[in-house]
Design a protein around this ligand. Structure first.
Ligand SMILES: C[S@@+](CC[C@H](N)C(=O)[O-])C[C@H]1O[C@@H](n2cnc3c(N)ncnc32)[C@H](O)[C@@H]1O
Length: 376
């Protein structure tokens, strides 16, 4: 049963995570969401004439109860955008309207009077968000960040002080706390995206702020690149593509291939698009902002390449990897190959064997294992 979320605005909302998980009841809200709403509910009339922006709401706990105030909500994550939209639909009588969801920072209009922020752990992304917002805030606009104390970082305070204004904090409640900052600084320019040089490429890659291994080539990716299969695949899927380097390298080893790049992060998809334009040698390509590849066509690919994530937001686990393996099985043609890299301790081979009926080891070192699973 979906647990109810008491919003402090007189609603008890049914909120679920996205993607939903069959055997788990992980909540779609936390004490920091409750504390933020409690703060706002204490002066409801003041909300009526404010332009409100919500940033980093994972599943809709903030955007859905505040939809009635015409909020805009920004997220880079497809799964979060889907969760927010579905949770708004799930609670029509409570919310009456749906939040406007934006996934491109450039599409934020402003000027906003009030920003509710769930700060990301990635400080480069936070810096990008705050710098971008600095030209979209009304003078004196208030930013209220809700954090779980265990995820609070000094770096976030420094960025808020530098890019927004002096901060003050609330008392902690249920291990959550609020940070307040009124906008008094001058607008600043975001240092992202950046051009980053990676070994083996004569020109730099395009890297936005919320990108996996934003500053250098990840060591797992490096090992994966050393063990990509060559051949004559016609349709390659780079599942969880980040900057697209795996699909770009594989495309070069399969001259007739069309490459599809997918990621949950909009910035990642944009980055893969730009990098494919730089390095894809004119090869045809498709790009999808999606969860795993849940909306991809059945039996359309000969080769799927996957270096799965091991967390969703702050929740660590192999659920996304599992979903990616199931989707890979569905989108592969019979006889098609899924090649996966993972930390040796993660147990991907056993999981793949259950879905595909067997695996073939490809390579391993002290940290990583690369295996193939063939669709029968
Ligand atoms: C470990 S990184 C691998 C990136 C790249 N393929 C590489 O090997 O360097 C995993 C990628 O999966 C993406 N991701 C996370 N959750 C996802 C989901 N539900 N659906 C699709 N991609 C997801 C992340 O944004 C990240 O870019």
């Amino acid at each position: 049963m979906t647990p109810l979320f008491e919003t402090g605005f007189g609603h008890a909302l049914k909120l679920a995570r996205y993607p939903e998980r069959k055997h788990e009841e992980l909540q779609a809200f936390d004490a920091a969401d409750s504390l933020l709403l409690e703060e706002l509910a204490s002066d409801r009339p003041a909300l009526a004439d404010k332009r409100i922006l919500v940033v980093g709401d994972a599943f809709g706990a903030l955007s859905v109860p505040l939809a009635t105030y015409g909020v805009t909500t920004y997220t880079d994550s497809f799964s979060s955008a889907r969760a927010i939209a579905r949770n708004a639909d799930r609670n029509p009588s409570e919310t009456k309207s749906t939040p406007r969801i934006v996934h491109r920072l450039a599409d934020l209009e402003g000027p906003y009077d009030l920003v509710l922020l769930r700060p990301p752990k990635n400080l480069a992304y936070l810096e990008d968000l705050l710098a971008t917002l600095s030209s979209k805030l009304a003078p004196g606009a208030r930013l209220v960040a809700g954090v779980m104390v265990k995820h609070q970082s000094d770096g976030a305070f420094e960025l808020l002080e530098r890019l927004v204004g002096p901060t003050r904090t609330s008392l902690a409640k249920k291990k959550a706390r609020l940070i307040f900052a009124d906008f008094v600084r001058a607008p600043s320019v975001s240092p992202f995206p950046r051009d980053v040089r990676l070994d083996g490429f004569d020109r730099p890659f395009h890297h936005p702020s919320n990108l996996f291994s934003r500053e250098r080539l990840d060591i797992g990716t490096r090992f994966f690149l050393e063990h990509l299969p060559a051949g004559d695949a016609r349709s390659i899927l780079d599942l969880g593509c980040a900057n697209g380097i795996v699909g770009i390298a594989a495309g070069r080893m399969h001259p007739a291939a069309r490459v599809t790049y997918t990621d949950d992060s909009w910035m990642a998809v944009e980055s893969a698009k730009e990098n494919h334009a730089r390095f894809g040698e004119g090869r045809e390509a498709d790009f999808a902002w999606t969860n795993a590849y849940e909306d991809g066509p059945d039996e359309a690919h000969d080769l799927v390449l996957c270096n799965p994530p091991f967390h969703q937001g702050t929740t660590v686990g192999d659920q996304i990897a599992g979903a990616m393996f199931h989707q890979a099985h569905r989108v592969l043609r019979p006889g098609g190959r899924l090649r996966v890299i993972g930390n040796a301790h993660l147990g991907y081979p056993a999981r793949l064997a259950r879905i595909f009926g067997g695996i073939e080891p490809v390579a391993r070192n002290a940290k990583f294992t690369v295996v193939d699973a063939i669709k029968r």
